[in-house]
Design a protein around this ligand. Structure first.
Ligand code: TYM
Length: 510
């Protein structure tokens, strides 16, 4: 699908942005303002960035403060909910079609890592081995192997293994995932899919049926081991480049019909190909991109020989007119990966005015990328199969529950003391309570407003209280009695507050 509407197609540029194809318009540039208009997302403004900094108490990532992540869908709502104490989960992915990632692929993963740390939220990462099998000339077995290889590069970005679940579609597909897929699929007609994704009569039916696979992880009940069985237990935020927007436009359109929240998105520009924005970074042309497996020598050669330059053709011309930063690839790449804002500004001024030459900015880029890629390679070497298994393990995660619920638990019932003499009583107790909650919420799947961290339903409180009363020790160790007294006091306090509120409401009404 082009970003032009049907009637405009002939006279307008051929800018194409789909999940499978990205190419610039006739002027060699991607028109992002046009994409925002046509896709119907919103631009990220200063105010939103400031709110993110305030609620996370973290300086915005360079990708955010430099406008590289520039568009969103309801990111403001995620931030508003977070400001009130609600949590959410992150969902991103990769289609494993090559042995290793190129630098453009690192962009969403580095940003997701920053989001995970800043907001302290769990993350799921989908590897669409099925998608690549359906679209590329690859055997499914190869795609499955590549998924694991790519996962090593993804893990090397430093995601927290306790709160990150990586899965490949062909291995993970489970009942709750399938149930979501089939519900989504029923809401989208073939005509709609053709309009969104550009399918034709030649598309194989696996391709036509694929979009629900990428849509489904936007709903937390695809991951019952992490988030329970309630489709509304958590909201979802998806970081990606804007090429993935069509999948999630479709998802958002059907969310309410299947009883879920619309996923929110935060979307980036494209990291341009080495030979210029109009070209594509492609595994079949190794000089079009730098890969995370490239050696220092390869990085230097590729940049010096192939990086598209906006500088003057001769030294004299460059001194006279300066460089065209709009098209200069070394400058654009530094905007992504040079962290120092001051230094970046100075380079832009000097190179743009002609004081700096093309060879000099290319050398700066080599000096920035070489240690970054070498560092990545060192971290990747530490990702053994055993380490990878931790990320892929779908049964590891009462820990995620515990982290999500702990704050709320403690606010409501006071801090739990660990049982002496082994056993993780805190974890066990909470998990049992959560299982009950899951059972309960399975019955009220479409209930609004039960995102984790937000005030819970009366039922959840009731179950918890009943459990505590039932289990409260009447005799025993000092600490057990202390704990019981604490629980009782907390319950009484809460009941008194509730009664006072009800009385106040009654007075206000009369
Ligand atoms: P894939 O493998 O094409 O790309 C993986 C992620 O990298 C982003 N990306 C880029 N970002 C900046 N500059 C570039 N030049 C560039 N090229 C790719 C993509 O937007 C993506 O975020 N179908 C997906 C896999 C997927 C997914 C998801 C992606 C499954 N679920 C949820 C994002 C969110 C794919 O093939 O991505």
């Amino acid at each position: 699908m082009t970003t032009t509407t049907k009637g405009e197609e002939e006279e307008e540029s051929e800018q194409v942005v789909t999940p499978w194809d990205v190419s610039a318009g006739a002027d060699g540039k991607i028109d992002y303002a046009k994409l925002v208009r046509e896709f119907g997302c919103s631009e990220i403004d200063e105010n939103l960035i400031e709110r993110i900094e305030r609620c996370t108490k973290t300086k915005a990532h360079p990708f955010l403060r430099r406008g590289l992540f520039f568009a969103h869908r309801e990111l403001d709502e995620i931030v508003s909910a977070y400001e009130k104490g609600e949590k959410f989960y992150l969902y991103t992915g990769r289609g494993p079609s090559s042995e290793s990632l190129h630098l453009g692929h690192l962009v969403p993963f580095q940003f997701t890592k920053w989001l995970q740390d800043a907001f302290k939220v769990p993350l799921v990462i989908q590897l669409t081995d099925d998608e690549k099998f359906l679209w590329k000339d690859l055997q499914l077995e190869d795609c499955r192997r590549l998924a694991r290889e790519n996962a090593k590069d993804i893990a090397a970005c430093g995601f927290n293994p306790e709160t990150t679940f990586i899965f490949a579609d062909a291995s993970y597909m489970c009942s709750s995932f399938y149930v979501n897929m089939v519900k989504i699929a029923k809401c989208v007609t073939f005509n709609q899919a053709k309009g969104i994704f550009g399918f034709t009569g030649d598309s194989n039916i696996g391709q036509i049926g694929f979009p629900p696979v990428q849509a489904a992880p936007s709903f937390p009940d695809c991951f019952p081991h992490m988030f329970g069985m309630n489709k509304k237990s958590l909201k979802c935020l998806i970081p990606c480049a804007i090429d993935q927007d069509p999948y999630f436009r479709m998802t958002r359109d059907v969310s309410h019909r299947i009883g879920g929240y619309k996923p929110a998105l935060v979307e980036s520009r494209f990291f341009p190909a080495l030979k210029g924005e109009s070209g594509k970074m492609s595994a079949s042309d190794p000089t079009s991109a730098i890969y995370v497996t490239d050696t220092a020598k390869e990085i230097k050669n590729k940049i010096n020989k192939h990086a598209f330059s906006g500088g003057g053709a001769t030294i004299e011309e460059q001194r006279e007119n300066g460089a065209n930063l709009e098209v200069d690839v070394p400058w654009k790449w530094l905007n992504f990966f040079l962290e120092d804002d001051e230094k970046l500004k100075e380079i832009g001024e000097k190179y743009g005015s002609g004081e700096m030459l093309t060879g000099e900015i290319k050398q700066i880029l080599v000096d920035v990328l070489t240690p970054m890629v070498e560092e990545h390679q060192k971290r990747r070497a530490l990702v053994t199969d055993e380490v990878l298994d931790v990320y892929f393990n779908p049964t590891k995660t009462p820990k995620v529950f515990l982290d999500l619920f702990r704050e709320y638990e403690e606010k409501e019932f006071g801090k739990w003391e660990k049982k002496k003499g082994g056993g993780d009583s805190e974890n066990d107790d909470l998990c049992a309570a959560l299982e009950e909650k899951m059972k309960l919420e399975g019955a009220t799947e479409n209930e609004e407003g039960c995102a984790i961290g937000a005030p819970k339903s009366e039922d959840w409180l009731r179950i918890r209280k009943e459990r505590m009363q039932r289990d409260a020790p009447t005799e025993g160790s000092k600490s057990a009695l202390k704990k019981a007294a604490k629980i009782k006091a907390a319950a009484e306090k809460k009941a008194a507050e509730k009664a006072a509120k009800a009385a106040a409401r009654g007075e206000a009404a009369t």
